[in-house]
Design a protein around this ligand. Structure first.
Ligand code: KG4
Ligand code: ZN
Length: 357
């Protein structure tokens, strides 16, 4: 079942919109003022509470603990964020919340809070697609990208190349056949005994590794197409790592070679996607977008090949409330909103979203 965004409310929302993100292990809250023409200045306040320390003991996200912690943290975070923005509850004109994809229990916490608030304030609310939030995050930066563009969305759950004809009009160009890029980082890091979340830990270790000692394949770059597959890479890394278990320097060198393989693969596919669509603008978003090697390499290729690449600031690559407030505000501003029921969509196809006219 898809969320239906019905334009039955005649009002187009102009003014402060509260954004709530609770799809996984971060509680994010923000206020975005859709009355502000310039998205960069529309962000009035944002706060994040990360549950990483709580899940670290288990080596990954424990869904039930995540839901309970969102319950504990969300209300105080909303109060604090509104205070930061210098606003009272009654100043809000709309509420946006992540309705999917994500962990069902965690999503329900944000959706219930958002729906209750909207009901009590008699304002519209809208369920936002988490990946649309990521995709639009670069719009919060100075000199934001204008559609059409190509977006590489690389997070813990997704690796997608998307053609963005307009905000809300998305065509999937490529997807992962197995592990997402972030998932490959996390699983490989875990196998190498690094702490959760593995992506940043592995990237840090890779900085001290030397290039060239190990070489892993660039999966699916030897054939046409824009899909990804990262699960085989994990096995290659495991074999190399185990074969050099008695060499302390090998760990960083393996991490370096793994990161290079992932980054090269992503860069090759981005260039292909730009070529296939004739686009000259590339947007990078999602947690893996915080990877420094990926950012540096793409900036370098963009300069050499004459396209532009746009990144969100590091804190808006990973999950946050600002991207949800922005995505929701753009939809509410266009007159879209959802019915009053509390509904989440843990699996949700980005291509089915209604365009923002
Ligand atoms: O977008 P995000 O915060 O959550 C999801 O929607 O999944 O992405 C989290 C993912 C995790 O897999 C994490 O390990 C990865 O992004 N990540 C990184 C880096 N920072 C976060 N991967 C590689 N290098 C990083 N610097
Ligand atoms: Zn995310």
């Amino acid at each position: 079942m898809q969320n239906q965004q019905i334009a039955k409310h005649p009002d187009k929302v102009h003014g402060p919109v509260l954004g709530i993100e609770t799809s996984c292990d971060e509680t994010g809250v923000a206020v975005f003022d859709s009355g502000c023409v310039d998205p960069e200045r529309g962000l009035l306040a944002h706060r994040l509470y990360s549950q990483i320390a709580m899940h670290a003991d288990y080596g990954g996200v424990v869904p039930e603990l995540a839901s309970r912690d969102h319950v504990r943290k969300l209300t105080p975070l909303i109060r604090q964020t509104l205070a930061d923005a210098g606003l009272a509850m009654r100043d809000l004109r709309g509420v946006a919340y992540t309705a999917g994809p994500g962990l069902v229990g965690a999503l329900l916490v944000g959706a219930s809070a958002a729906r209750a608030l909207a009901w009590s304030l008699d304002i519209p609310a809208i369920g936002v697609h988490h990946m649309e939030g990521h995709l639009l995050a670069p719009l919060l930066e100075p000199d934001p990208p204008q559609p059409p563009f190509v977006a590489l969305l690389v997070s813990g759950g997704h690796s997608m190349l998307v053609e963005v004809a307009a905000i809300g009009r998305y065509r999937l160009l490529g997807d992962t056949l197995d592990d997402a890029a972030g998932e490959a980082f996390d699983k490989t890091a875990k196998m190498m005994g690094l702490p959760y979340p593995g992506g940043p830990a592995l990237a840090k270790l890779a900085e001290s590794g030397s290039s060239g000692r190990f070489k892993f394949s660039r999966p699916m770059t030897d054939r046409p197409g824009l899909d990804f597959s990262f699960s085989g890479l994990k096995t290659q890394v495991m074999l190399a790592y185990r074969a050099h278990a008695d060499d302390p320097a090998a760990k960083a060198d393996v991490a370096r070679a793994f990161e290079e393989a992932i980054v090269d693969t992503l860069v090759i596919k981005c260039r292909r996607a730009l070529e296939a669509t004739g686009s000259e603008r590339l947007v990078i978003a999602g947690g893996v977008g915080a990877n420094r090697r990926l950012r540096a390499q793409l900036a370098d290729v963009a300069q050499r090949e004459g396209f532009r690449v746009y990144f969100p600031r590091l804190e808006f690559c990973t999950d946050n409330g600002a991207m949800i407030a922005l995505a929701g505000a753009l939809r509410l501003q266009a007159g879209l909103h959802d019915g009053p029921e509390i509904k989440v969509t843990p699996r949700w196809d980005l291509e089915t979203l209604p365009a923002i006219a």
